[in-house]
Design a protein around this ligand. Sequence first.
Ligand SMILES: Cc1cc2nc3c(=O)[nH]c(=O)nc-3n(C[C@H](O)[C@H](O)[C@H](O)COP(=O)(O)O)c2cc1C
Length: 158
Amino acid sequence: MDLTILVGTQTGVAQLVAQEIELRLDGEDMRIRTLLMDDIDSSVFGNGGLFLICTSTYGQGDVPDGAKPFYEELGQKRPDLSAVRYGLIGLGDKGTHGKTFCFGAKKFDSILSELGATRIGEPLFNDSGTNLPEDEAAGWIEGWIELCRKELGVEAST
Ligand SMILES: Cc1cc2nc3c(=O)[nH]c(=O)nc-3n(C[C@H](O)[C@H](O)[C@H](O)COP(=O)(O)O)c2cc1C
């Protein structure tokens, strides 16, 4: 199974989360690549496939600065993403930003589904005041991968 992790980050925490996920999935029969949203455009979705969006929130409910051009291009170009399956990890802080908790990730969830992509499973919304994001993501990822295997009809190798 191929997985592309798309990271939106301001200070690097979401990138740590992606690294932890790569470590956790090491040994699974998977090919994983991690890309910073700063470096990509909508062509990353190509002919579809499996993606994991992992992004924090900045400003007042915004996507991180480096992820803005990618996010805005999706809204402008509106590519057909009906062959895209994705999971969602949002990083945020409920105590300080309760009203816009994880809005960056929620914005990606909205635009991807508007463009025809299908989310697999429930998102993980991490509250950094409660749980370490990399620990919570490490616990979440195995269940999500199992769900992906079921939905995509891919057997786990033994
Ligand atoms: C200036 C600033 C604004 C923030 N705004 C929000 C917000 O609106 N909603 C939210 O849930 N978290 C918000 N956060 C919390 C970050 O998303 C959180 O700390 C996250 O773990 C940072 O991850 P990163 O290093 O990958 O960017 C904000 C943090 C800062 C410093």
